[in-house]
Design a protein. Structure first.
Lengths: 787, 165
């Protein structure tokens, strides 16, 4: 520890601290622009100059390490003179256009200029002007305002993992830009808006729509990925205007993925459903709530009476709240049907009934891992901020290995990578198990010992065994895999052998919550796959576009089309549902209801509505409760979402922060599964092709699919048929050519794209997009022919 | 974009640094690329960056920082006149003015015949020889009085004629 005195106050700081760290410890503010606690030190703005005893000149507090006995004055005459001098320089080339600047009112430069700037400028010469850049649909630029602090540059380089921005040219001509003409395509790009201390980088969707002081700030939680980023939702006149991160070191740190930040645009979409609607003689008519709910109650009662309750099924969304999921399953069970599920993209359900898949550790602990294996994950796009944590871990020396079916650049230096066809993933993982077992002298199943081990598998096993804090994670792709249970069994076995933590990267905001709410088929019930494979008479759908969100879109659509009654609870007029549904009930998106999400680490996060429901929209938990009343079901008299939550989580503690007691990664019958399944290969198409399907980041759920600015990004590009050069040649097609892709009964017309990161025989086609809803399944054999 | 020969030269530069720090060779690699193509096109910079395993923007930062890298096609002879303070005090600005008038172009322009491009440069570390200029990034010309400039231009033009015949 070092002794230091700041403005006469003594304190002790750890070795290696800078003066600004020490000042923050004391709560003393030192003006600064380029310094940011999560970024490297650049020390280029010089705003943080302070007086240090015995130093001949002022020192930058952000870059000066504390030495023992140091005495610092942050507001002495010398310090303030230096700070004012710096401010004068910063303002020389600044356009001083606050009245027309979106940053006005939340601008660090504006704030500090009040304290350190002169009231008039002495500078009479010409100011420099910097051309604006087109960084894409999310970030607007006014580059003349830039003070060249390079925070944005350091963010893209250090946090986002690819230096998409840089400072080109020199001296007075220096300017921040992307590589000529390119947009910033990072899935974390919105953070540079927060980081920019001036109005040079602002939000394009929010631009010129409100002043910061007109906005109300309300806390919420992101409804997208399994991280559950805490949000500050800013509203004006009951309209969501902007979303910013609510800092939480244990979840999102100070960042937000673009999906979490910009998906709010969908809340104000013209596609919103604002009144209940009934299909009457093939025509949609708007009706009162009472009429719609009566209709639903009658329809469900009729089906239960005439065909048995098992003819009903509920397909809930993993993005729905805990309360909605609970009441949804309660309603179905009340009607006598155990057909409830929320895991729409899952295809292997053989591990059901054994536990709640979760991360297996705290999110915050990811950063301290030293060996990681991620199995089957489009990591960056599926879990942008978990990928970010792993990126930082790699910089600290951790080894991250990847086993997957597509070699997308995760922008982290992977230690070892094994990219194989989906059908070969179990084998590959088994090889790693074999190798690890040999190294540890553990015996494993004969089916595993019989395998030949590849170099890559060996490297992965060795890496896992060489550390002290290892973890193995199954990504979305592994969980959606046709042999998900086998992958899980192998990963668990590997974790046991290597002493690693084992966990799932939760796909959606309530991937854990759905289990806790028991939105799952009972012993007699059908799961999501079965409900669609064995069509029901009546479906209750909550917040999902089943024909896009299901593992088998074609089958899903057929099942819904043949059903006598399909009731959709959704904030949007979903185009597919207009065709197959009979009742549309407008229910609140996350911003218009109270509720809870349980994130992938088992953290319960409850939130309130931030705006009033739009039009006739009602919170889904209320709608489900009233439906329960109309059906005369017992236990539907909750007055608040808190009461519903208490019913699920127990009333004793209002909000247990973690539901740790309910979490247990399902233990699989390792030996049996492995012996039976490792050798199994999926049927390959006539030309041996297999589909690899990712769920593109901006088509993952109902909300984000309707966010216009995100839909303009490169990540939202329409799906293509991606193949490596060998596969292209094997199919006799070339990149850029239009193809007919057939899978099962269905087909789609797509352009061929060369993707060197795919294994031979893989055709990668993103799922969850209307253009590919004609394809049978997210997995399995597929054929390709030139048009 | 770049010949095998150029890549071979770049490999030699890369070999001077530890294997995981290939990007240390960026300045040399850009110079090699420029020698081959006459200037650094965007694609050339991207190719060099790719070869060195660095972000294209990082290579562009380097290419745009130093004024011996040229980001656009130039005339056959690039004349960079030092206009920093010591030179400016000893006739640097006059030399530049004379050149402008003689060639009929301003800084950053190229003569219509495509022969000469005039640039303004930073201190060349030869202030004592002021005024100084640099020809095609490689040849240093000292004591550039008006006579010396005339002589240089004649020489370069003659050179060209010699080459043509
Ligand atoms: S654009 Fe903003 S964050 Fe980037 S260097 Fe300029 S002032 Fe800093
Ligand atoms: S904050 Fe210290 S120099 Fe910018
Ligand atoms: S100032 Fe011109 S060479 Fe130094």
């Amino acid at each position: 520890m070092l002794d230091i005195e700041i403005d006469g106050k003594a304190l002790q700081v750890v070795e290696g601290s800078t003066i600004i760290d020490a000042a923050h410890q004391l709560g003393t503010y030192i003006p600064h622009f380029c310094y940011h606690k999560k970024l490297s030190i650049a020390a280029n703005c010089r705003m943080c100059l302070v007086q240090v005893e015995k130093a001949p000149k002022p020192m930058p507090a952000c870059a000066t390490p504390v030495t023992n006995g140091m005495k610092v004055q942050t507001h002495s005459e010398q310090a303030v003179k230096a700070q004012k001098g710096v401010m004068e320089f910063l303002l020389i080339n600044h356009p001083l256009d606050c009245p027309i600047c979106d940053q006005g009112g939340e601008c660090l430069l504006q704030d500090l200029a009040v304290g350190y700037g002169a009231s008039a400028s002495r500078y009479q010469e010409e100011k420099r002007v910097v051309m604006n850049k087109n960084l894409g649909p999310l970030v607007a630029t006014d580059m003349t305002r830039c003070i060249n602090c390079t925070r944005c540059v350091r963010f893209t380089q250090e946090i986002a993992g690819l230096m998409e921005l840089g400072q080109a040219y020199r001296g007075e001509h220096a300017e921040i830009m992307s590589f000529i003409g390119q947009t910033v395509d990072s899935e974390l790009s919105g953070n540079i808006i927060d980081l920019c201390p001036v109005g040079a980088l602002t939000s394009k969707p929010f631009r010129f729509s409100a002043r910061t002081w007109e906005l109300a700030r309300r806390k919420s939680v992101s409804p997208h990925d399994g991280l559950g980023s805490p949000l500050i939702v800013q509203t004006k006149h009951d309209k969501v205007m902007r979303v910013l991160p609510l800092e939480n070191e244990e979840i999102n740190e100070c960042w937000l993925s673009d999906k979490d930040r910009f998906s709010y645009e969908a809340l104000n979409s013209p596609e919103r459903l604002t009144r209940p609607m009934l299909k009457h003689g093939g025509q949609w008519i708007e009706v009162e709530w009472q009429q719609a709910l009566d209709y639903v109650a009658h329809a469900f009662k009729d089906i239960a009476k005439n065909h048995g309750a098992a003819a009903l099924g509920a397909l809930l969304s993993p993005h729905a709240t805990l309360e909605e999921l609970h009441l949804g399953q309660k309603l179905m069970r009340g009607l006598g049907s155990g057909n409830v599920d929320f895991r729409l993209r899952q295809s292997d359900f053989s591990q059901d009934g054994q536990g709640t898949p979760w991360l297996g550790m705290k999110i915050a602990e990811i950063g301290s891992l030293d060996r990681v294996l991620v199995v089957g994950s489009f990591l960056r796009k599926d879990h942008p901020l978990i990928a970010q944590r792993l990126r930082q871990a790699v910089k600290r020396g951790a080894q991250v290995s990847l086993v997957h079916s597509a070699d997308d650049d995760q922008l982290l230096k992977a230690h070892a990578k094994a990219i194989v066809l989906p059908s070969q993933l179990p084998q590959l993982l088994a090889q790693v198990v074999k190798c690890a077992a040999e190294l540890k002298g553990v015996s494993v199943d004969a089916a595993i010992t019989a395998l030949a081990v590849s170099e890559k598998a060996k490297a992965i096993a060795e890496s896992l065994l060489s550390g002290t804090r290892a973890a193995i994670f199954l990504g979305n792709f592994a969980q959606q895999h046709e042999q998900a249970a086998t992958l899980q069994a192998l990963a668990q076995l590997l974790a046991k052998i290597t002493g690693a933590n084992f966990g799932f990267l939760g796909e959606a905001a309530n991937s854990v919550g759905g289990y806790v709410a028991n939105a799952l088929p009972g012993a007699d019930g059908l799961n999501a796959g079965q409900m669609l494979a064995e069509p029901r008479h009546g479906y209750l759908i909550l917040n999902a576009e089943v024909e896009l969100d299901s593992a088998r879109p074609l089958q899903a659509l057929a099942a819904l089309k043949q059903a006598a009654t399909v009731v959709l609870l959704s904030p949007f007029k979903l185009p597919g549902a207009l065709d197959y549904a009979d009742v549309l009930l407008p229910v609140s998106p996350f911003s218009e209801t109270s509720g809870s999400f349980i994130n992938t680490e088992g953290r319960v996060q409850s939130f309130n509505a931030v705006v009033r429901p739009l039009g006739e929209t009602r919170p889904a938990w209320k709608v489900l409760r009233v439906l329960g009343n109309l059906l005369n079901l017992p236990g539907f008299d909750q007055d608040s979402s808190e009461q519903v939550r208490a019913e699920v989580l127990g009333a004793a503690t209002p909000t247990p922060e973690f539901v740790t007691d309910r979490l247990a990664n399902p233990l699989s019958d390792v030996a049996n599964n492995v012996a039976n399944n490792v050798a199994i290969k999926l049927d390959a198409g006539p030309n041996g092709l297999e589909r690899v399907a990712d769920v593109a980041i901006y088509s993952a759920d109902v909300l984000v699919r309707r966010a216009p600015s995100l839909q303009k990004t490169r990540d939202a590009a329409s799906p293509a048929a991606r193949m490596n050069a060998v596969t292209l040649q094997q199919c006799g097609v070339s990149a850029g050519q239009e193809l007919r892709v057939r899978q099962g009964e269905g087909q789609a017309q797509l352009f061929a794209v060369l993707d060197a990161g795919l294994p031979d025989g893989a055709v990668r086609i993103a799922a969850a997009h209307p253009k590919v809803a004609g394809l049978a399944a997210m997995h399995g054999a597929i054929t390709v022919e030139a048009l | 974009m770049l010949s095998d020969d150029a890549f071979k030269k770049i490999d030699r530069e890369i070999a001077k640094y530890p294997a995981d720090q290939k990007q240390s060779a960026v300045m040399a690699a850009l110079a090699i690329a420029q020698d081959e193509n006459g200037y650094l096109a965007q694609e050339t910079i991207a190719a060099v960056a790719d070869y060195l395993g660095m972000a294209p923007m990082a290579a562009f930062e380097v290419a745009s920082f130093y004024n011996m890298y040229d980001l656009a096609p130039l005339g056959r002879y690039k004349l960079t006149v030092c206009t920093n303070l010591p030179c400016a005090l000893s006739g640097g600005v006059d030399a530049a003015e004379y050149l402008k008038q003689k060639l009929g172009i301003a800084f950053n322009e190229t003569t219509p015949d495509g022969l000469f491009t005039l640039k303004q440069g930073e201190c060349l570390g030869a202030c004592g020889d002021a005024p100084v200029l640099l020809m095609n990034n490689k040849r240093m010309c000292s004591f550039m009085t008006t006579e010396a400039i005339d002589q240089l231009l004649t020489e370069l033009r003659a050179d060209l004629r010699g080459q043509a015949t």
